[in-house]
Write a protein that binds this ligand. Structure first.
Ligand code: EPU
Length: 417
C-alpha cells in the first residue's frame, strides 16, 4: 500500500505548470472513436484514468501511441465488441463509451461505470438523451445495452445540467441524421473543449458553453489534431495549497477566466491574487477572513474544489459555511479533517467550518478531491508527519503531484508499505 507522507508548515514558493484537463481528456479520447482516421491529442495529463482509456481503445482494435503529453489514436480498425467487464469498470467516465460507440456503430454494450462514488451518481439523463435519438437502452446484468436502427436528431431538455449527459449526447448526435438541440445543457469549459475537437473532426456543433447546444449530424468524421485545455481543478488545487501554506506561487498554463469563482472567493478572504494572460500568482497573507461558498454548476464555484476549499477555510478566522448544490453529500473528507483537529460539522448540504490549527494524523482519502483536501491540510501542519492513504484516488486526477509540491518546497514523499 502506498502512502503520501507530509511534513507541513513550509510556505509553498515558486512556479507550477498545470497539465491538460482530466475531465476533458477522458471525453476526448473516446470521442476519437467517432473519426475514421488519426486523432492527435496534445497537452494530455499523465493520469491513471487516461491510461485505462487507452487500454479500452486498444481492446476495441484502435492503435494508440502515447508519448509524454501526446496521444495518437488511429481508430480506423475499431470494431464494435461488447465491453460488459474489464477496464470500463475501473472508470466513472467509461459512460462516454456509450455515446461514442452508439454514434459510430449504432450499438454498444458497456459495463456500468466505476470510479469515484462519493454518492450515488445516476446516468438517467444520458439514457434519456440516447432514447430521444432513437436508441433502445436496457440495463442487463450490470451492463448497459444500446441499439439503434438509425440515430435521428431530436430536441432534448436535460432535467439537470449534467456535464456527462451533455457530452454523451453530443457524441452520439454528431453522427445522427438531422439536428439535435440540447436545452439546459451544462456550460463547463470541458464541454466547449469536446465540441471544439468534434468540430475539428468535421462535426457541426454550435452553442457549446451556453445552455442551448445545436448539433447538425454528419455521416462521417475525420481525424485532426487538438490541444487539451488546462485543468482548472488542478490549477485551483495548487492555488488553494499556495494560500493555505501562506506561500507565493505562480500557477502557470491556466485560463484565468475559468478560475473566476475561486479567485473572487480567495480575494474576499484577503488572499493576494495577480492575474496574467496564462498564469495566476497567489500571495498568502497572515490573516484570512471567513467566507461562505456555494458550489454550483459552471460558472459557479466548482464542486470539485469544494473539498480542497474546506481545508483552506480551516485556516480562516471565524466560521465559514461551504454548501454544495451539485452533489448532496460530497463530504467524505470532513471526518478525516476532524481527525486532524478541524472543527467542522456537516448539516445537510453544508459544512460549517470554524477556523483553527490542525494536527498531523493518519488519514484516508475516500475519493480524488477528498485526497487533495487532506494533502492541503497536511501541508499546513508543521509538527509531526501527516500520512495520507488512498493514494490511488489522488493519482486519478493529479499527475506529478509529489514532484510538483517538492519543487515548490514542500516536504512530501511517497512511502510503500
Ligand atoms: N445527475 C443526475 N442524472 C444524470 C447525470 C447527473 O441526476 O443522468 C446529477 C448528479 O447526480 C449530480 C449532478 O447531476 O448531482 C451533476 O452531475 P454531472 O453529470 O454533471 O457529473 P458527471 O458528468 O458525472 C463530471 C466530472 C466530475 C464533476 C462533475 C460536476 C467527469 C468524468 N466527471 O461528472 O468530476 O464533479 O462533472 O462538475 O467529467 C472529479 O473530477 O473529481 C469529478 C467527480
Amino acid at each position: 500500500m502506498e502512502k503520501l507522507m507530509i511534513t507541513g508548515g513550509r510556505p509553498l514558493q515558486g512556479t507550477v505548470s498545470i497539465s491538460g484537463a482530466k475531465n476533458s481528456a477522458i471525453a476526448l479520447i473516446p470521442a476519437a472513436i467517432l473519426a475514421e482516421s488519426e486523432v492527435i491529442l496534445d497537452n494530455l495529463p499523465l493520469l491513471s484514468d487516461v491510461a485505462v482509456y487507452s487500454e479500452i481503445l486498444e481492446e476495441l482494435g484502435a492503435t494508440v501511441a502515447w508519448e509524454g503529453s501526446q496521444m495518437k489514436i488511429d481508430p480506423s480498425s475499431i470494431k464494435s465488441i461488447p465491453m460488459p467487464n474489464g477496464p470500463v469498470k475501473k472508470l466513472r467516465a467509461s459512460y462516454y463509451m456509450m455515446g461514442a460507440m452508439l454514434g459510430r456503430f449504432k450499438e454498444a454494450i458497456i459495463g456500468l461505470p466505476g470510479g469515484c462514488n462519493f454518492e450515488p451518481r445516476p446516468i438517467d439523463q444520458h439514457i434519456k438523451g440516447f432514447e430521444a435519438l432513437g436508441a433502445t437502452v436496457a440495463n442487463e446484468h450490470g451492463a448497459i445495452h444500446l441499439h439503434a436502427k438509425e440515430l435521428r436528431g431530436n430536441k432534448i431538455y436535460l432535467d439537470v445540467s449534467s456535464v456527462g449527459a451533455t457530452i454523451n449526447i453530443m457524441l452520439a448526435a454528431a453522427r445522427a441524421k438531422g439536428a439535435t438541440i440540447i436545452e439546459n445543457a451544462a456550460k463547463e469549459p470541458e464541454i466547449i473543449d469536446v465540441a471544439t475537437l468534434l468540430n475539428s473532426m468535421g462535426a457541426i456543433i454550435k452553442g457549446a458553453g451556453t445552455e442551448t447546444i445545436r448539433i447538425e449530424g454528419v455521416s462521417e468524421l475525420h481525424g485532426c489534431r487538438h490541444s487539451i485545455i488546462p485543468d482548472r481543478i488542478q490549477a485551483g488545487t495548487y492555488m488553494i495549497a499556495a494560500a493555505a501554506t501562506r506561500g507565493n506561487v505562480l500557477i502557470d498554463n491556466v485560463i484565468p477566466k475559468h478560475m473566476e469563482a475561486l479567485t473572487a472567493k480567495m480575494q474576499e478572504m484577503g488572499i493576494g491574487i495577480e492575474e496574467y494572460d496564462e498564469s495566476i500568482r497567489v500571495l498568502g497573507t497572515p490573516r484570512y477572513e471567513h467566507v461562505d461558498v456555494k458550489a454550483l454548476v459552471y460558472p459557479g464555484f466548482a464542486t470539485d474544489l469544494q473539498s480542497p476549499m474546506t481545508s483552506l477555510l480551516t485556516q480562516a478566522q471565524g466560521v465559514s459555511v461551504l454548501s454544495d448544490f451539485v452533489y448532496s453529500n460530497r463530504f467524505k473528507h470532513v471526518p478525516e479533517l476532524v481527525r486532524m483537529g478541524a472543527k467542522i460539522r456537516v448539516e445537510g448540504r453544508s459544512a460549517i467550518i470554524e477556523g483553527g490549527r490542525l494536527n498531523a494524523a493518519k488519514v484516508k482519502a475516500a475519493d480524488l478531491r477528498a485526497g487533495a483536501a487532506l494533502v492541503i491540510a497536511g501541508l499546513t501542519v508543521s509538527e509531526g508527519v501527516t500520512e495520507v492513504t488512498g493514494v490511488e484516488y489522488i493519482d486519478r486526477g493529479y499527475d506529478h503531484l509529489v514532484s510538483n509540491l517538492r519543487h515548490l518546497g514542500a516536504d512530501v514523499w511517497r512511502q510503500t508499505e
